[in-house]
Design a protein around this ligand. Structure first.
Ligand code: SF4
Ligand code: SF4
Length: 237
């Protein structure tokens, strides 16, 4: 994002709207382009009385892709991740015996660089991750090695979503590896584990997580009438 210094009247309205603290006041308001993730929050807030914001979607498409929900995606995939991480009831892609892992590096206030995100994806790849092909980040990396395109490693984004899955017995190793890597990345990240509930309501990964001293907070979504793949699988057993 740029602010046109010939248009800005230095009212200061926009400064508090930037979630990365990237706008400062000099003679006119100025955007720190390295800190700015191109989220567009300043422009969308509608607080500029003179329309001084100039977007840079062509120059910095990957920052836009992972930070501004309102723009077309150069990855060719909308959003930052897939809804199936939360629901599993449209495609039923998480089978029994597999555990889904969703890692979200970055947050408003900090953002994340692709070189830090790559430290996580390469670690997951070494452990045998199967990366979700419909995830936009997956389109920017090698699914065998987890290496992200070299030309975008310095780019900063608000956040990204890494989606992959493993055989369930790998869960302990995966969580331990994520714990170890937390000291080596310069951003925050959250981790969600996705497991299938048995018909008695039990979820196998609960035992592993509790064994690692991790509090178990089940979250779920129910999309009534959309659970056909899972219903079919239960019928076959
Ligand atoms: S586009 Fe987002 S990060 Fe950049 S200056 Fe505006 S609010 Fe801040
Ligand atoms: S709101 Fe517009 S005029 Fe006011 S400081 Fe920001 S860019 Fe300048």
């Amino acid at each position: 994002m740029r602010i046109d210094p010939d248009v800005c009247i230095s009212c200061g309205n926009c400064i508090v709207w930037c979630p990365l603290g990237a706008i400062r006041m000099e003679d006119a308001a100025v955007v720190d382009r390295d800190a700015c993730v191109e989220c567009g929050a300043c422009r969308r807030a509608g607080v500029c009385p003179v329309d001084a914001f100039r977007t840079e979607s062509d120059e910095r498409p990957y920052r836009f892709a992972f930070s501004d929900p309102s723009v077309a995606k150069p990855t060719g995939i909308a959003g930052r991740g897939t809804e199936e991480m939360k629901t599993n009831d449209v495609t039923g892609r998480f089978k029994r015996g597999r555990v889904g892992i969703c890692i979200e590096p970055g947050r408003p206030g900090t953002g994340a660089r692709f070189y830090d995100i790559e430290k996580i994806t390469t670690t997951m790849a070494r452990l045998g991750a199967r990366f979700e092909p419909a995830n936009p980040l997956t389109t920017l990396m090698c699914v065998q090695t987890g290496k992200i395109r070299e030309d975008i490693l310095d780019e900063k984004v608000m956040s990204a979503v890494i989606e992959c899955d493993f055989p369930e017995p790998q869960l302990q190793k995966v969580i331990s590896a994520l714990d170890a890597i937390a000291d080596h990345v310069d951003c925050v990240f959250s981790v969600s584990c996705i497991g299938r509930a048995d018909t008695d309501g039990r979820v196998a990964l609960e035992h592993t997580l509790r064994g690692l001293g991790i509090a178990y907070y089940p979250n779920g979504k129910t999309n009534l009438g959309m659970g056909r793949p899972l219903a079919a699988e239960v019928d076959e057993q």
